[in-house]
Design a protein around this ligand. Structure first.
Ligand SMILES: Cc1ncc(COP(=O)(O)O)c(C=O)c1O
Length: 367
C-alpha cells in the first residue's frame, strides 16, 4: 500500500489528487462556530458525517462542543472508539443486528437515537432493558423536509407518551432539520420560513411539557442555516458540522459568508488537448458536482466543466492564462461532505507544510 506522505513535507511535495485541510482556516471556523453557539446560549453538537474522524471530533470537543452528531451507527462506533461518548445518531436503528450493536455501544458511550415511530422504539427499549441499560432517544419531527419524522403536535405527543411508557428508553427531547430551506435566495424569506419551521419543534416541546413529559433537548440546524437557527428562541442544540470546512454549496447556494474555505483538493493538470480545455487527475472518484460545482482557487478564469470517473475537465475562459501539463491547481469542493468520503486521508497543512495526516476513519461505515 502507498505510504502516507512525510510530515513536514511541503504542499508541492504531495502527490495528487490530495485532500488538503488548511488547519488554520479550519481552527478559525471551529472557534467561530463555538463562539456563535456560546453567544446564543446554544449547545453545539456538530455533525461528524462530513469529517468522519475522531481526531477532528476531539478537536471539536476541546473547542467547546458538547458531543457530536452522527449519521450512522457505524460512525458513532468509530467516534466512541476514539473516546467521544456523547453521540446523537440522527437516524433510525432498525433490525436485530444493529440493536445488538447499539446495546454494545451503550455500554461504552452515551448515545442518543432518533425515533419517529413506536415500532422503532419497542425492540430497542426491550434490548436495553434486558441488558440493564437505558438509552436516550429524541423524537424527530418533520418540519417540512418531508424526509423522516413524525408530524409535529398531537402525533408527536402520542409518540412521546408511548416512548415514556417503554422501559429501557429515556426521552431526551425533540429534533427537526430545516434542510429544505437552506437555499432560499431571499435572506428575509429564508429567515421567515426557517423560523416558522423551527417553531414547530419548539411548540412540540411545549406540548409535551404541558403533558408533564420532560423534553430537555431541542436540536436543529445545519451549516446552511445556522446563523438563523441560533437565534430561534427555544432551540438549545445546533447540529451544524460542515461549517468547519465550508464549501461552494454553503457559500454560493446557502449564502453563508462568515466562514473560511478550509478544504481543498490538490490536483495536477495531466493533459491540455485543446487551447481552452485542460484535464486534471481528479474526477468523480475524487470530487463531486452533484450538490455544487467545485471552484478553482485563485483562477476565476478556469471552471470545472465536467467530471468523469477519473478525469476532470476544466474550461478556460477566452484570454485565460494557459494551463500547462504538470501545473498544480487547488479546487474547493462543491460539497465537502460527499468529497471526504472518497478519500482515505486528509492532509492537514499549516504554512504550506504537512503538519498531520488525518485518517477518514469512518469512511465506509454505512451500516
Ligand atoms: C439531521 C441533519 N442535521 C444537520 C445536517 C447539517 O449538516 P451540515 O452542517 O454538515 O451541513 C444534516 C445534513 O444533511 C442532517 O441530515
Amino acid at each position: 500500500m502507498e505510504k502516507s506522505p512525510r510530515i513536514g513535507c511541503t504542499k508541492d511535495e504531495l502527490d495528487t489528487p490530495a485532500l488538503c485541510i488548511d488547519l488554520g482556516a479550519m481552527e478559525s471556523n471551529i472557534r467561530a462556530m463555538a463562539a456563535a453557539c456560546k453567544s446564543h446560549g446554544v449547545d453545539w453538537r456538530p455533525h461528524a458525517k462530513c469529517h468522519k474522524s475522531p481526531v477532528i471530533g476531539r478537536m471539536l470537543i476541546e473547542a467547546g462542543a458538547i458531543g457530536l452528531t452522527c449519521a450512522k451507527l457505524g460512525e458513532a462506533e468509530v467516534m466512541a472508539a476514539g473516546g467521544i461518548g456523547d453521540l446523537l445518531i440522527a437516524n433510525y436503528i432498525v433490525g436485530r443486528k444493529k440493536i445488538a450493536r447499539l446495546v454494545e455501544l451503550r455500554r461504552v458511550a452515551d448515545p442518543i437515537v432518533c425515533i419517529d415511530h413506536a415500532v422503532q422504539a419497542e425492540p430497542i427499549g426491550a434490548a436495553m432493558q434486558q441488558a440493564g441499560l437505558q438509552l436516550r432517544v429524541l423524537i424527530e419531527v418533520d418540519i417540512g423536509l418531508h424526509r423522516a419524522g413524525v408530524l409535529p403536535g398531537a402525533p408527536a405527543l402520542e409518540l412521546a407518551q408511548k416512548i415514556v411508557a417503554t422501559g429501557g428508553l429515556l426521552l431526551a427531547g425533540v429534533m427537526g432539520y430545516e434542510g429544505h430551506l437552506l437555499t432560499l435566495s431571499d435572506p428575509r424569506e429564508k429567515a421567515r420560513q426557517i423560523h416558522a419551521a423551527l417553531e414547530q419543534v419548539v411548540e412540540t416541546k411545549h406540548l409535551l411539557e404541558a403533558s408533564d413529559i420532560a423534553c430537555p433537548i431541542v436540536s436543529c440546524g445545519g451549516t446552511g442555516s445556522y446563523e438563523i437557527t441560533l437565534t430561534h428562541e427555544g432551540v438549545n442544540e445546533l447540529q451544524a458540522g460542515g461549517a468547519i470546512f465550508m464549501d461552494v454549496f454553503y457559500r454560493r447556494k446557502c449564502n453563508v459568508q462568515s466562514l473560511q474555505y478550509a478544504l481543498t483538493v490538490l490536483t495536477t493538470v495531466v493533459s491540455t488537448p485543446a487551447p481552452l480545455r485542460a484535464i486534471i487527475d481528479a474526477g468523480r472518484k475524487t470530487l463531486n458536482t452533484e450538490i455544487a460545482v467545485p471552484e478553482v482557487v485563485g483562477r476565476a478564469d478556469v471552471s470545472v466543466e465536467s467530471l468523469s470517473a477519473e478525469h476532470g475537465t476544466l474550461r478556460l475562459s477566452p484570454g485565460a492564462k494557459p494551463l500547462r501539463i504538470g501545473d498544480r491547481l487547488e479546487l474547493i469542493p462543491g460539497y465537502g461532505d460527499l468529497t471526504i468520503v472518497l478519500h482515505d486521508e486528509m492532509y492537514g497543512l499549516r504554512g504550506g507544510r504537512l503538519e498531520r495526516v488525518i485518517e477518514v476513519e469512518g469512511r465506509g461505515k454505512i451500516r
